[in-house]
Design a protein around this ligand. Structure first.
Ligand SMILES: [Zn+2]
Length: 159
């Protein structure tokens, strides 16, 4: 557990160094350690909501509510092969408060406990949130760290 925390810290430092906020692009940290799988998504709010300001009307208010509910269910974003038998814990979703104005991000963290390490993660988020065009994945496994750039529709191979 301690080791995982250090690993995550190292990754978030890495993300910050490269963390330009470009609409359509998101960062995803994927850490696999033993039976634990942790996926952290850091995305411009625009990718998910289509706006980055305090909701101005009922349709934007409804969109904000719908997206924050969708993010509570990991399966709207990730599909992990059933063979890995991963169980999802309750996610941590940080919606923007828009108080500062300018750009805002949505951060979400998903924890899974898997019987065997997954070899692949499919990403229904491409379909569910059309605002995503590319995702930079920082992958950390027992085999080391690497960065993978995914384009819309691609799956994440963990091998
Ligand atoms: Zn923005």
């Amino acid at each position: 557990m301690k080791k995982l925390a250090i690993c995550l810290l190292a990754l978030s430092g890495f993300a910050a160094a490269h963390g330009a906020h470009v609409h359509g692009v998101a960062e995803m940290d994927v850490v696999i350690e033993g039976k634990k799988l942790v996926i952290t998504l850091e995305s411009p709010a625009d990718n998910l909501l289509g706006f980055e300001h305090t909701p101005k009307n009922d349709s934007e208010k409804a969109k904000l509510k719908a997206v924050s509910e969708q993010l509570q269910n990991a399966s709207n974003l990730f599909t992990i092969a059933a063979s890995a038998q991963c169980k999802a814990a309750a996610p941590t979703v940080k919606m923007p408060d828009f108080a500062k104005g300018g750009h805002s991000d949505i951060d979400a963290e998903y924890h899974f406990e898997c019987a065997t390490p997954p070899k692949q993660i499919a990403l229904p988020l491409w379909k569910n949130f059309a605002g995503f065009k590319a995702i930079t994945v920082n992958l950390a496994t027992a085999n080391g760290q690497k960065q993978i750039k995914l384009k819309s529709g691609q799956v994440l191979n963990l091998k």
